[in-house]
Design a protein around this ligand. Structure first.
Ligand SMILES: Nc1ncnc2c1ncn2[C@@H]1O[C@H](COP(=O)(O)OP(=O)(O)OP(=O)(O)O)[C@@H](O)[C@H]1O
Ligand SMILES: [Mg+2]
Ligand SMILES: [Zn+2]
Length: 291
């Protein structure tokens, strides 16, 4: 995309015709930031508690362990959970003049969350839609993400302001990853998320079925405790890719509570392998054309 797209001074070929300098420096800054990010992955679901934050964190860690430069952005302004999940609570991003540095988790993974900016967790945050919109835009525009292979965004549940402004800020190349659980009720919500992404003008990269079967710590196999496969059936119905299933695994819950991503310590397990399989289509995304 041309960085002048949408500007009234842009010529039909995308070049700048302004004689007084750029008319829209904010937009230019945003487009320059986005131009340094190869792939934008927005993790969402119509339903709460299905594991979006857990999945977003582990996807980001898996991509970083595969040698990719990754940014992880938490746009859940009411209940930011990434600082806790990554043991980064209490960290403060370095602030410059109108810029912020994301908090590093490892050499390849840096994180930004409203949680870093709030004084304490109990601080109630009441944001109106336009304020949230501005905040999310700032989290992309004013954060010094640098050159990234992937920006992974963790959204709050639903198809409200946050996923909407995230997709709008990141532009049409951002792709939705939808998390569901095997149960029927969740499936209806997911169907809504799939059409939401399409309505905003973006593409769904795929669907992940989380908490699908139980990873038994005793025998190391997956027990099918509920009917699974709903995510896969829905993916087929909606014509989108099924990225894979992640079992319900007590270690996943423990790791989240204790503040380390599951994949950091468990890679050679059924769940670890499931997560690595899920990122394969992300690793295979073709590089965007050079601007
Ligand atoms: N595969 C899994 N196995 C076991 N526990 C899991 C799994 N996925 C998520 N959990 C647990 O389920 C709970 C909810 O997960 P998480 O916070 O990631 O969901 P969420 O969809 O982001 O929630 P919210 O809608 O509130 O943002 C957490 O305690 C997490 O540790
Ligand atoms: Mg969450
Ligand atoms: Zn067993």
């Amino acid at each position: 995309m041309s960085e002048c797209e949408g500007c009234s001074s842009a010529a039909p070929d995308g070049s700048c015709t302004s004689t007084t300098g750029c008319d829209n420096p904010e937009e230019l800054k945003l487009q320059q930031t986005l131009g340094r990010i190869k792939h934008k992955i927005v993790v969402m679901s119509g339903k709460g508690g299905v594991g979006k934050s857990t999945v977003a964190t582990n996807i980001a860690v898996a991509l970083s362990l595969a040698g990719k430069k990754v940014g992880l952005l938490d746009v859940d302004v009411h209940g930011p959970s990434l600082p806790r999940m990554l043991s980064l609570k209490g960290q403060k991003p370095h602030m410059g003049d109108r810029t912020m540095e994301p908090v590093p988790w490892s050499k390849n993974l840096s994180v930004m969350s409203l949680g870093f900016l709030l004084e304490d967790d109990r601080q109630a945050v009441i944001w109106r839609g336009p304020v949230k919109m501005g905040l999310i835009k700032q989290f992309v525009e004013d954060v010094m993400w640098g050159e990234l292979d992937y920006l992974v965004v963790d959204c709050p549940p639903g198809t409200g302001d946050e996923p909407l402004s995230t997709l709008q800020t990141l532009g049409p190349t951002a792709m939705g990853v939808i998390v569901t659980t095997p149960q029927g009720v969740a499936i209806d919500d997911v169907r809504r998320s799939v059409s939401f992404v399409g309505e905003v003008g973006n593409r769904v990269l795929g669907i992940i079925e989380n908490m699908s079967g139980f990873a038994c710590p005793n025998c190391g196999t997956i027990h099918e405790i509920f009917k699974s496969g709903g995510g896969e059936a829905l993916a087929k119905e909606a014509g989108v890719q099924f990225l894979g299933r992640i079992p319900l695994d007590p270690e996943v819950a423990n790791s989240g509570d204790e503040g380390y991503p599951y994949l950091k310590v468990h890679r050679d397990t059924i769940t670890g392998k499931a997560l690595e399989q899920i990122i394969q289509p992300m690793l295979e995304l073709p590089d965007p054309p050079k601007a």
